[in-house]
Design a protein around this ligand. Structure first.
Ligand SMILES: [Zn+2]
Length: 399
């Protein structure tokens, strides 16, 4: 590993290699020692304030194979004869996937529920497949939350119906499940947050007899790239990581008062985080500007965290960049320097340069603008961009 030596005197200090900032803490040491697993996406959908915990818990147990269906009891060494009671078919044994997906009774419920939300149930064979299909429906937030809650209720309802039949000899009634589900649907609707975005979703809610809510009108702000003062150079920087962490690169573009292209750079950084690549873009921009004698420098980044890092002495960059960052701060002290934060809409040229160099190992310098990015450069230099601040959805006019 190459190590940058500090240009200004500073005390030696120990760094903890297991954390990004080099500081040893209980959290950092625990994260270093523990085995981490990939976060399961279904967690984000299951644990919601508006879904009653007993429904979430039932679905969690099903997805984790923790529900005592016959196949799971057998896998634990309990010898039992298994027949799906809901099917009334002696040749079909009870497995979890059969009970919640393939069973005639379950299929009846899922088809009816899908039709209420104007969906077509595809052929599915596994519980995990069914759950993935449920959470991947594209509804407005209010309708999606309702769909999610009532789907959890359907899992719970199938399990309860099976248990009542098995332990209390109570015959399953699809009509009764329909009535209970509709009653719960209207009850849950009072607690489901969100708003309606599409006309079709509003029609579904109207058909269900549920009041729908409109989202707040978006606030639009006009953005444009602002030129620097006449004897200044402005550099826009950006860093990206595909996956965060993942393949990373950074880039930047230098322009003058007239918007003329003074030069651009790009560098691939290997497997890094997005934060690391954005800091590297700033470091390279300052080093290049200083080496070229551009001592009136305006730096603009679309990362608020990087701008805060420039302002603060208490925030630290990743420890591998610590010395290089301090050297940059030393260079800044010898320059007329200002920094601002920009929304990504006005940082498109730096973003494009970083993307160009995602797989180039050495620093790439462009003294003329890359021909493949002319359209991007013109649009950034001439036109304004619009940004919907809140909420984030909106159709922007093409410019
Ligand atoms: Zn069955």
């Amino acid at each position: 590993m190459s190590l940058t030596l500090p240009r200004v005197y500073s005390q030696d200090h120990l760094v903890w290699k297991g954390s990004g900032d080099g500081i040893l803490s209980l959290k950092a040491s625990y994260n270093y020692l523990r085995t981490s697993y990939e976060l399961q996406m279904w967690c984000n959908y299951l644990w919601k304030k508006f879904i009653p915990p007993k429904f979430s818990m039932t679905v969690w147990r099903i997805l984790q194979h923790r529900i005592p269906s016959d196949d799971i009891l057998r896998s634990r060494g309990i010898c039992i004869v298994s027949v799906c009671a809901l099917c009334d078919n002696a040749s079909v044994s009870e497995t979890m996937d059969h009970l919640f997906v393939e069973c005639v009774f379950a299929q009846q419920i899922w088809r009816w529920l899908s039709s209420l939300f104007r969906l077509k149930l595809p052929p599915l064979y596994y519980t995990s497949e069914l759950w993935d299909w449920i959470v991947s429906r594209r509804f407005s937030p209010q309708l999606f939350n309702l769909w999610l809650t009532i789907s959890c209720y359907a899992f719970y309802s199938i399990w309860k119906t099976r248990n009542r039949l098995r332990f209390e000899d109570e015959k399953p009634s699809f009509r009764q499940v329909q009535m209970d589900t509709m009653a719960h649907l209207h009850f849950f609707a009072k607690f489901c947050p969100g708003f309606v975005r599409y006309g079709m979703d509003r029609d579904i809610l109207v058909d269900l007899g549920i009041p729908w809510q409109l989202g707040k009108a978006p606030k639009i702000i006009i953005l444009s790239w602002r030129p620097p003062p006449i004897d200044w150079i402005k550099v826009n920087t950006n860093g990206l990581a595909k996956g965060n962490p993942g393949p990373a690169a950074c880039g930047g573009v230098f322009r003058n008062y007239y918007g003329d292209f003074f030069g651009g750079f790009g560098l691939a950084l290997g497997h890094q985080s997005s934060f690391f690549s954005k800091i590297m873009a700033v470091i390279l921009a300052i080093e290049i500007a200083y080496n070229n004698g551009w001592l009136n420098l305006w730096l603009e980044s679309d990362s608020l965290l990087v701008v805060q890092l420039l302002l603060s002495d208490s925030l630290l960059p990743p420890w591998t960049l610590h010395n290089r960052w301090l050297n940059c701060k030393n260079l800044i002290s010898k320059m007329n320097f200002r920094w601002t934060h920009a929304f990504r809409e006005v940082n498109s040229v730096a973003d494009a340069l970083a993307n160009l160099d995602l797989f180039c190992d050495s620093l790439h310098w462009w003294s003329t603008y890359p021909s493949s990015l002319v359209a991007c450069y013109c649009s950034a230099a001439i036109f304004c961009s619009l940004r919907a601040v809140s909420p984030v959805f909106m159709l922007l006019p093409a410019i």
